[in-house]
Design a protein around this ligand. Structure first.
Ligand SMILES: NC(=O)c1ccc[n+]([C@@H]2O[C@H](COP(=O)([O-])OP(=O)(O)OC[C@H]3O[C@@H](n4cnc5c(N)ncnc54)[C@H](O)[C@@H]3O)[C@@H](O)[C@H]2O)c1
Length: 269
């Protein structure tokens, strides 16, 4: 096994201007992949102080020596997704590894919906969450995976959440949509099985991204590496799982959901 098992591969990680997506794009680049990074707009990486903009993130990821290109746009907008796929094809070539990471508990006004429970959440927030998490994932998948089906090679890693595997409130719409991402993963894996294209998902537990820490009250005990698995994840721990599923060691792993949550969700389904 070489230390650059993804050399010659082209990866696209949505929502990689910051947070988990950035850690995933960085990891795939470190393993030898050329990487297309993406965000809704060029300012998103600066929102929680992680970088001055998407250009800086591209430069940082470029230190691994591979090619890096950056694209912008909302994943729920078909025209934007079409433009992204054209740009990436022209600048890097055909994508071999698609990581659908963009998403989150983002309502119509751009932050968390308020109220955010099942019976009171506003219709416009339900619609925005669905576009941000499920429809966007489906549109990006259609654009980037049809060529994989034609070439009979490639793989997809969808980012779900521990919240997909248990009933909880608030964040009801977000949790429901991440459960849909889990099931979409299985359906897509089934559809693409004859073509040799693998589709898996990672369900992260609560993870110490800048956004996570800025937008919620965190438990100081769980912030520390205290010798216990009852703690928040580091972004790199989630990125390692994505790299495994995207790499040659997972060549016969298909349709699976890998929960990377320190054992937070120890039940079936
Ligand atoms: N951090 C956690 O604790 C955690 C836990 C479970 C799952 N997740 C999931 O992991 C992913 C990344 O989370 P994060 O903590 O890094 O959050 P983040 O907000 O820092 O990163 C999300 C990125 O996706 C982009 N994005 C969101 N919606 C988009 C859209 N509609 N179009 C284009 N870009 C869009 C954002 O601008 C941002 O760059 C999300 O799907 C999130 O739901 C995170």
């Amino acid at each position: 096994m070489t230390d650059r098992p993804l050399a010659g591969r082209i990866a696209f990680v949505t929502g990689s201007g910051r947070g988990l997506g950035r850690a995933m794009a960085d990891k795939l680049a470190a393993l030898g992949a050329d990487v297309a990074i993406h965000d809704r707009d060029a300012a998103q990486p600066a929102k929680y102080g992680e970088a001055s903009g998407l250009d800086e993130v591209a430069r940082e990821i470029g230190r691994h020596g591979g090619r890096v290109t950056a694209v912008l746009g909302t994943i729920g907008d078909p025209a934007a997704v079409d433009a992204m796929s054209r740009t990436i094809a022209a600048e890097l070539g055909s994508v071999d590894i698609l990581v659908n990471c963009a998403g989150g508990d983002i309502g119509a006004a751009g932050g968390k919906p308020e109220p955010n429970n099942a019976l009171d959440v506003a219709l416009e927030d339900i619609q925005a969450e669905t576009t941000n998490n499920l429809i966007g994932t489906m549109l990006v998948t259609q654009a980037f995976v049809r060529p994989m089906r034609d070439r009979r090679s490639g793989c997809v890693v969808n980012i779900a959440s521990a919240a997909a595997h248990m009933g909880h409130t608030p964040e009801v719409v977000y949790s429901t949509l991440k459960a849909a991402v889990v099931h979409y993963t299985r359906c897509l894996a089934s559809e693409l099985r004859p073509y040799g294209v693998r589709v898996n998902a990672v369900s992260p537990g609560p993870t110490k991204t800048a956004r996570f820490q800025a937008t919620r009250k965190t438990d100081p005990q769980k912030m520390r590496a205290n010798g216990s698995l009852d703690r928040y994840a580091e972004p790199e721990e989630i990125a390692d799982a994505v790299a495994f599923l995207a790499g040659p060691q997972a060549r016969f792993v298909n349709g699976q959901i890998l929960r990377v949550d320190g054992g937070l969700t120890l039940y079936p389904g």
